[in-house]
Write a protein that binds this ligand. Structure first.
Ligand SMILES: [Cu+2]
Length: 262
């Protein structure tokens, strides 16, 4: 089970939300399973070794406080080594599994350079977004579906923290420093939300009296709609070459991204 989960990440893009939900589920399921076994085994021993008022059985080596378990009838400390060994296997498996999957979260999926880089700048009390062509938006970040969005998060006044609970992303916004993160929303999700998926952005660092109202929004729309919108934005259009060539680039982009996610 653990192997197939790690391998799965190379074959397809997975949103951070999906990865974190999976880690949460794996830890919850294993914790519940092991907790049930430990509590059941404890209760069983409480019953088995209860004081029923009778005399102890012949040759029974009763455990004493402070003494290592001896493994009744078997090699010394058999149960101790068994439980220690099983615990070690479970813990090491979880560490390897979680570390492997978190490396994917760190690096993100391979976007073949079709990613979009957005500079996010926090201020008291809101968010500014700068697109590759120099266009800026305040409050609402509009991005295309099925695309890896790379964000560089910084601040122009005090410490903030840019995050979206629904997307499971969160990055410190520190003046003079830049933290990078990524997210990607599938077109299936956009369709499920009626052609436009919206996610609330909040500040997760107490930054002043307006902190609790420091909200923004990430809006994800279909790729073709986004290309049209992006062409219409002002600012330095160095990355958008205008006219027919943009349509050409857009369809090449869409084909390349389709190929990656297929
Ligand atoms: Cu803030």
């Amino acid at each position: 089970m653990i192997d197939s989960l790690i391998l799965q990440q190379g074959s397809d893009w997975r949103a951070q939300a999906e990865v974190f939900d999976e880690i949460f589920f794996v830890f919850l399921a294993l914790g519940t399973l092991i907790g049930t076994i430990v509590v059941a085994y404890t209760l069983w021993n409480v019953y088995k070794y209860r004081d029923d008022g009778g005399e102890p059985k012949e040759g029974f080596d009763a455990p004493e406080v402070g003494e290592l378990p001896t493994g009744q009838g078997g090699p010394k400390a058999k149960k101790l080594f068994l439980s220690f060994g099983l615990s070690a296997i479970v813990v090491i498996s979880l560490v390897v599994y979680a570390y492997g999957i978190l490396l994917y979260v760190e690096d993100g999926p391979d976007a073949d350079e079709d990613n979009i880089e957005i500079v996010v700048e926090g201020y008291q009390y809101g968010w500014d977004y700068e697109y590759p062509n120099g266009h800026t938006e305040t409050g609402e970040l509009v991005v295309p579906a099925d695309t890896r969005i790379d964000i560089s998060v910084t601040s122009r006044d005090v410490w903030h923290n840019f995050g979206s609970s629904e997307l499971r992303i969160k990055s410190d916004a520190i003046p003079g420093d830049t933290n990078t993160n990524w997210f990607s929303v599938s077109s299936e999700e956009v369709q499920a939300q009626g052609g436009e998926a919206t996610f609330t952005v909040e500040c997760f660092e107490l930054c002043g009296p307006g902190h609790s109202a420091m909200e923004g929004q990430i809006t994800v729309i279909p790729q073709d709609e986004w290309e049209t919108w992006y062409e219409g934005t002002d600012g330095d259009s160095s990355n958008v070459e205008g006219g027919a060539s943009v349509d050409g680039a857009a369809s090449v982009n869409a084909a390349a991204i389709g190929g990656v996610s297929a």
